[in-house]
Design a protein around this ligand. Structure first.
Ligand code: SF4
Ligand code: SF4
Length: 409
């Protein structure tokens, strides 16, 4: 992967190449480079076969619709804005569109958005006839969604259009969706197409790469994942096939500047993902100016220091039961067939990100009878997480937040 801003040789000397080959258990990089004073140098990498050159730090516009944050991002030199049709009920796309127009900078920015479709969460397949609470997985559902997204973004095309939240390999290789997305690409409505995943990532990434259709994969990737070595191997596999890789959830669901049972060194966690040279860029969900400064400054010194390595080791041990891996292993422990992974994701949005809108949207993904309404009939929660996530107490917390369909105990 080409990398600009600092020479490839210097980058390797700082230990980044070595870090790319290690998981948390093998963080052996040395901080050979000295931090220089002044503004951070912008380090860019190439997004696979798209050829797009992107600073390694991008902006996930998911948890804030602040125009000033987007203005500041552009001023700093961030070039890639990542949003989704669903984020903040459309306000994320809307505010991006406003600022792009205000600044007249559409051409120099890389705008990515995502299309979400109804699915059967148990079988992990799309529903072409609909049946969920969103858009059917059909051309009509796609056209309606994309038209609205482009209108909000005030543009006639995006740079990357993702099939949002593929929860397994069947979804990443779903032929009708590949045809619909390819058609949009050929029509010039998007320059490149991709998939996103935060469940069964290794299998999903490999399946997406094997299709030869998707240009980009946006995946969860963080130092807390129990299966991070498998994710890393899949990323390597996809990158070797020319797929551009973007990392998300680099903080493992622990938000900076928020009270949390887990404290994570935000800078170190971001570096951990970026130290995999197969990752082009990461999209931290920035919500504050100081967080943006901190994230952006990571480029100044991408190598993990020994102290940061140690902090990550301790954090991973301390927070192992905080981050829901979306593995689905708990599903069999609930006789009501409640959608526990999605409930846990909603909890993360609400509790860790303080993004109640996104939590509500996640809750709305759950079919009737498989969410908190199912839990309402249980005297005692029998669900068990193999990683120690306290499912019963999180369900109680979601209920206490007033999400519909749940008896408040
Ligand atoms: S709660 Fe635990 S078992 Fe269930 S999906 Fe999350 S990590 Fe997996
Ligand atoms: S309370 Fe627990 S066991 Fe009951 S439906 Fe909800 S997740 Fe399943």
């Amino acid at each position: 992967m080409a990398e600009n801003g600092i020479s490839r040789r210097k980058f390797i000397m700082t230990g980044a190449a070595g870090m790319a080959a290690v998981g948390l258990g093998g963080l052996t990089g040395r901080s050979a480079a000295k931090e220089s004073s002044g503004a951070p140098e912008i380090v860019t990498r190439t997004l696979g076969r798209t050829g797009l050159q992107i600073p390694v730090v991008s902006f996930g516009v998911m948890n804030s619709d602040s125009p000033d944050l987007i203005r500041k991002a552009i001023d700093l030199g961030i070039r890639h804005l990542d949003t989704a049709h669903l984020y903040l009920r459309g306000n994320s796309e809307t505010v991006i569109g406003l600022i792009l127009e205000e600044r007249q900078c559409r051409e120099k920015m890389i705008v990515a958005t995502k299309m979400y479709f109804d699915r059967d969460k148990y079988r992990k397949v799309f529903l072409p006839e609909g049946g969920g609470r969103g858009f059917p997985a059909s051309e009509a559902g796609f056209d309606e969604q994309l038209a609205l997204s482009l209108k909000r973004l005030r543009t006639d095309h995006v740079d990357i259009l993702y099939l949002h939240s593929c929860e397994g390999p069947l979804m990443a290789a779903y032929e009708p969706m590949m045809k619909i997305f390819t058609k949009a690409k050929e029509a010039g409505k998007t320059r490149f197409i991709g998939i996103t995943t935060h469940a069964q990532e290794p299998e999903t990434i490999r399946a997406a790469a094997d299709t030869g259709v998707w240009d980009v994969v946006l995946t969860s990737y963080n130092f807390m994942q129990k299966h991070r070595e498998d994710v890393r191997a899949a990323i390597k596999y996809a990158a070797a096939k020319g797929v551009g890789i973007v990392a998300m959830k680099t903080q493992g669901g622990v938000q900076m500047n928020r009270e949390s049972p887990a404290q994570v060194n935000h800078r170190a966690a971001l570096k951990w993902a970026l130290n995999d040279r197969n990752v082009c860029t990461a999209i931290p969900g920035i919500t504050a100016f100081d967080q943006m400064d901190l994230d952006f400054a990571v480029m100044k010194h991408l190598s993990l220091t020994p102290d940061e390595e140690e902090v990550l080791r301790k954090s991973a041990a301390a927070t192992g039961s905080v981050y829901c891996q979306q593995c689905g292993s708990c599903l069999g422990s609930c006789l009501q067939r409640a959608q526990i992974p999605t409930l846990m994701r909603a909890y993360m949005y609400a509790e860790a990100y303080h993004n109640l809108i996104q939590a509500e949207i996640a809750m709305a993904e759950i079919p009737e009878g498989q969410g908190l309404d199912a839990c309402g009939g249980c005297e005692e929660c029998s669900a068990v997480c193999r990683f120690g996530i306290p499912i019963p107490s999180r369900i109680q917390s979601l209920a206490a937040m007033g999400f519909p369909g749940r008896r408040i105990a």
